[in-house]
Design a protein around this ligand. Structure first.
Ligand code: SAH
Length: 561
């Protein structure tokens, strides 16, 4: 294969970034915007020894999974939507498989266990009259620039670049975005307010941030400027304030030469400095700098699931690590005895405290700091104050950024022996890594579910419930042993048959974990990773002698040993 060569490729697979994958004479090609089932003509752009990247030139035979008419004509150029041309059902399947694949490959979770515990992905309802969901984002940040004719433009960055392609009508954002941007661009033309020029670090208006409260219909506009003041701002605010729902107009001062969009200083121009919105019946005040989930419809489902997995009865002590403005904490607080939230951004913790107050929630406390420092610190301090007694939590919820949790944090979590750990994740690869640690340290997956917060992108959220394996726990997963290893002649009785025998003959209840331990001890093959501790200091409960004898008797009875 050589650069610029044209090839015909049948797309057979999909990569983690949504790209199509196909082979030509055994040589693997990655082709952006191509979909499984497409036959395409592609041009080789980069050829490595064993694989290469090609550009989609022409779709020869479209896949059944391809949308007949893509909704946004900009989808391919834009860096925002990677898989918009794929039918929504197929997008969901891709995301679910990505989560499953990562848990199996990186997390070393047995496939059988996932077959029993993974629930179908929670997708989003399509927009009215559409096959796919659109206009779901409550937040948009449009870069402002100048085109080659000197006109000010607002739009989006072309994939992996910083050149702005004009578009004021992103299909993922709310419809009012366009009206707001048109108003701002017209004002800038009229009053000759220069757009920011990233390369020369000159000009004034860098970005426009728009937030919309789906429940309250309140709108926030924040102009990010490379200066302290926006000339004629009173004219702009007067015009923007006329838009129905306008609640907050502010400036964010960012004079740095940086890719970071927002500056830390917020100056009020008109109205409040925040908007209010609801998730379920919890009210949140959101300021320009706060983190807030972008898809409120799906967020309610996500938090609802986290709450369901936490299975609270009202008596629990719960930790919500990486709590942001307290969104999950407050959702849980109503059903718990006490919630502690930990978050690294001080402003977010201020918001969290305020959000607790406006909801009349008194059983939530918040700490600023790194989760991996605050929790171990608390744990040590508690032991010191209580004569060596260890701090206990009933439920720990974590919702870390993409890089996942530090091992030191996971270790303290395990030390606190919560009955349940609910892991909310926006990156299933780091989730899988952390799940591997937790499974190796006495926790087992009970439920897993992906939630699509970001239709048309390759991103997906996942919620996992892990519970502590107590000695007498029955793991509620019954493996079909024929599936596990159909060829092994040694596998005669199922786990259930062994359990039934032990109960009948010895009056003892035994778990799958114990059975697998004793089978392994007797040299009988069990699924490779099944119930095997993953690290040296694993806290997997060990089968007591009495039960070991009973299980051995069953194995003998079934002629397995
Ligand atoms: N649970 C919240 C926020 C989740 S996003 C919600 O759903 O709204 C992840 C959060 O983790 C962000 O608010 C980020 O500021 C915070 N964060 C990042 N690194 C952290 C760390 N080491 N310790 C604590 N919080 C951290």
């Amino acid at each position: 294969m050589q650069k610029n060569e044209m090839v015909t490729v049948t797309i057979e697979d999909i990569g983690v970034n949504g790209e199509g994958i196909g082979k030509v004479d055994g040589y693997t090609l990655f082709i952006k915007d191509a979909i499984i089932g497409d036959v395409v003509e592609a041009k080789i752009m980069k050829a490595k020894k064993n694989y290469g990247y090609a550009r989609l030139m022409k779709i020869l035979t479209p896949s059944e999974d391809r949308m007949e008419t893509p909704v946004c004509p900009m989808a391919r150029k834009c860096g925002g939507c990677q898989i918009q041309e794929m039918k929504y059902d197929r997008q969901l399947k891709f995301k679910e498989e990505k989560v499953r694949g990562n848990l199996i490959r990186i997390g070393e979770v047995p496939e059988e266990l996932l077959a029993q515990t993974m629930e179908p992905i929670t997708g989003m309802e399509p927009s009215e009259g559409q096959e796919q969901p659109f206009h779901y984002r409550n937040k948009a940040q449009f870069p402002i620039g100048t085109d080659k004719d000197g006109n000010v433009i607002a739009g989006f960055y072309a994939g992996r670049t910083h050149s702005i392609i004009p578009n004021t009508d992103c299909a993922l954002g709310v419809e009012v975005n366009e009206e707001i941007l048109t108003c701002i661009l017209k004002f800038m033309e009229e009053y000759q307010i220069p757009a920011y020029d990233e390369e020369r670090h000159k000009g004034l208006v860098r970005h426009v941030l728009i937030r919309y409260g789906f429940t309250t219909k309140e709108i926030m506009v924040c102009l990010v400027i490379n200066g302290n003041k926006l000339p004629h701002s009173e004219i702009l605010t007067e015009r923007l304030a006329a838009i129905d729902g306008m609640t907050s107009i502010t400036l964010s001062i960012n004079k740095e030469k940086t890719n970071v969009i927002m500056g830390n200083m917020i100056k009020p121009l008109w109205g409040q400095t925040y908007i209010t919105d609801y998730i379920g019946d919890v009210k949140y005040q959101i300021s320009p700098l706060s983190f807030y989930q972008v898809n409120p419809v799906q967020t309610e489902k996500l938090y609802g699931l986290a709450l369901e997995y936490a299975g609270l009865t009202g008596n629990e002590t719960v930790w919500d690590l990486y709590c942001g403005i307290g969104t999950i904490s407050l959702f849980l607080a109503k059903n718990a005895k006490q919630v502690y939230g930990v978050e690294i951004v001080p402003q977010a913790i201020e918001d969290a405290k305020n959000n607790a107050k406006i909801n009349g929630i008194q059983n939530a406390e918040f700490y600023v700091g790194k989760a991996e420092e605050v929790l171990p610190g608390y744990y040590k301090e508690y032991a010191r104050e209580h004569g060596g007694e260890t701090a206990h939590a009933d439920v720990i919820v974590v919702d870390p950024p993409r890089k996942g949790c530090e091992e030191s944090l996971l270790r303290t979590m395990v030390d606190m022996q919560p009955e349940k750990i609910v892991y909310v994740s926006c990156d299933s690869a780091t989730l899988a890594r952390d799940v591997k640690f937790l499974r190796g340290n006495g926790y087992e997956i009970q439920r897993v579910r992906a939630v699509d917060q970001f239709p048309h992108t390759v991103h997906v959220e996942t919620v996992v419930l892990l519970s502590q394996q107590k000695p007498d726990d029955t793991i509620e997963i019954d493996l079909d042993l024929d599936e596990l290893d159909a060829t092994s002649a040694e596998l005669k009785a199922t786990y259930q048959e062994i359990k039934d025998y032990v109960l009948k003959e010895f009056g003892l209840k035994v778990s799958n974990l114990y059975i697998s331990q004793i089978k392994r001890k007797c040299g009988i093959e069990v699924g490779e990773n099944y119930n095997l501790p993953k690290s040296e200091n694993a806290r997997v409960p060990q089968c007591p002698k009495e039960k070991e004898e009973a299980i051995k008797a069953a194995l003998k009875y079934f002629a397995m040993i």
